[in-house]
Design a protein around this ligand. Sequence first.
Ligand SMILES: [Zn+2]
Length: 819
Amino acid sequence: MRLNSVTLAAALTLSASTLAAQNPNLQSIANDRYTRSHDYDLVHQRIVVRDFNWDSLSFTGSVASTLIALRPALDSVILDAGVLLGIKRVAGNSNATLRTSRHGDTLVVYLGRPAAFHDTVRFTIDYGGRVENGRGLTFIKERPHAPRQIWSQGEDHDNHYWFPTYDFPNDKMTWELDVTVPAGFMAVSNGALASDTKDAGGTRTLRWREDRPSATYLVSLVVAPLARIHDAWKGIPVDYYVYHSDSALASPLFHVTPDMIDVYSRLTGVPYPWQKYAQTTVADFFGGMENVSATTLVDWLPDPKAYQDRPWYQYILIPHELAHQWFGDFVTTANWANMWLNEGFAEFMPGQYWRQKVGPRLQQDYYLDEYRQFMQIDARRRMPLASSGSNNIYPKGALVLEMLRNYLGDERFWVGIHRYLTTHAFGNAITDDLRQSVLESTGENLDWFWDEWIYSAGYPEFTVTSSYNAEARRVSVVVKQTQRDTLKADSTGMRYVVPETFRMPVTIRVGTSSGSDVVRTTWIRQRDDTIAVDGVASSPTMIVFDDGNHILKKLTFDQPTALLATQLRNDDNLWNRWWVIQQLAARTTDAAAQSALADAATGSDYFLTRMQAAAALGGMPPDVALPALTKALRDTSSQVRQAAVEALGRVDGAAALPLVRATWRSDASYVVRAAALSALVRLDSTGRRALILEALRIPSYRDAIQNAAIGAAARSGDTTFVGPLQELIGEQQVPSFGLAALAMRGSQRALDLLVSDLNDARPYVRDWALTAIVQSLGPTRGLPALKAALPALKYPETRAAAERAVRQLEQEAAKPGQQ
Ligand SMILES: [Zn+2]
């Protein structure tokens, strides 16, 4: 699964605050404590679904299950089955009706006679399906740029809301999915398409067959009118299913896939393990989901102009979900406490793809982004990678695997990964299985690595100082680890641990005036260590701690500006350069720091460094910043131009205004124009209103420009924007939030319009208005407005949703600390 960043931030906040019952004891993660027991092995299910009704969120279902008893005298089978699934009949051998009982989301099927150990058991459940929308299945009615559709989402435990099954990852089965859809619709699912027939009544029935064992949370169904764009990798179908209106956008976006499959197959030594690979786009999706051989993705297909802004979709989302076909689908975590085995690898692999495809700069660029995400998450709550509900499995997983690859080297690392994948092929694994595979294939006991980086929390925080002894020709580097274990016990009394000392090899690089660097690699083994670098003939021109950035860390290392400036020019590593830029950015009155940043912003050989330096110039005096930022506005990279225009907005109004205005008028990139708009709104008080009104009407990928304008309108508090925002209602979701923001700033008219949108004929407009009222206006203003509106709400679904929202807001209002 991969969330887009906005959803991710919300989800992580949630997990940090609600997942109280953690167990930090590494033995409990390393063994099966979190794995669910079951007394049968589910082998195969034939799932039949038809008669979908978008109004009642219902369908007709039937599931034929084959399973094997794992204990003697098995007299009943317990399945997960959503309480809304109305069981009509369960038929066993010779079509005999079997007795059942329901307990919430559980269905118990009593067998006609007890099954012996390893006996095969078969029965068929006929049911009337119904869901709470978004739980298991999401039904979407037609709206602009989204046809009528249904999509499933199983992870973690939601597939049992639409078909009875064993809903935990530690039992793999094969399955068939027979689905009957309206004429003109397509149904995409896992495995190979076995048949596709036109029915007498005009409907269409497709039968998909997944004949390689997989976890049940990966069963997938998408129903929509879709175009198929066909591609292939070594004879295996690689298909892209998109709305017909998006057909022309599919190939430029997805055609990277066969090459990614090729690179992942080569790196892991495991050729793509499934019968086909489909990627299907749907509306209102949170990002992507790696359903086996049939990934589901959000419908944000970039247009041709959006590619200059390196769309997240192609850079991260596609390679992330594809990586899951090996890590997560082929080998699956046995329980959710080891979920980093799925998500850490999936987040790690795109960096490896870009390294193979483009080179080490893009690889470092990728992991630097992961590093920044991880630091934000860790600052909120510090947890081990392998722990129940861990909040950092994506970025820390990627960073720790990259660290392991750096430590072992490519050959040993990938042999270990190959062994892990093949040992647990089509099966499950826990963290210790990975450790064992690496141990067996390399012969090296890495228990220290697992203890420090995977079973413990935190990372080393280094405070480094250096001195030079000319007589001894020696640089002495004093390394102190200052991380503190301040983690509190959780509700079960268990406590995570931050290691007192991280042990790792580290490389020091010392620059000299003679031109060649002196390099020393040694191990850090103690909390306080001193590293001597000998053979330094003259006073050092630069001292790089952790050359190549092989340790996940925070670094405090106060150095003269001249040394930092030399490092910024000479260090190849992007993390190291970023760290130097942070140091220089703080030296706002230091002319040498200013000119080092100006040089980097305009002359560095990689765009990320130019971008970071340009951003730092925003805090520097105009005489230094303006010439460099003016040049940076002509950079070939849109990210550099974006940083430059944002920085200009902070430098000096009078001089910056014409530059920012010209960028707004003529830049080719959506994100640069959006940034220019935000800067102009600050700089140009007289032209502001006209500018926002103009920008509200400019189309752009993912509405970057329109959303910047809505943000500006909302921040302005100017209630004359209420009308123009209301005109945009229904085009996309953000205008509803714009109205809510103005309502929050006291506009009664904005609030009245939002409330009247709850009776809009378009269901999505009603949903968006309700979401904006609940999320932006909260208990203080949203609750009284909703309560007053309830009697007049004429659409039953909206009234029911509003009643739920009222209850939710009342609970929030009752919480301590709320007012
Ligand atoms: Zn994922």
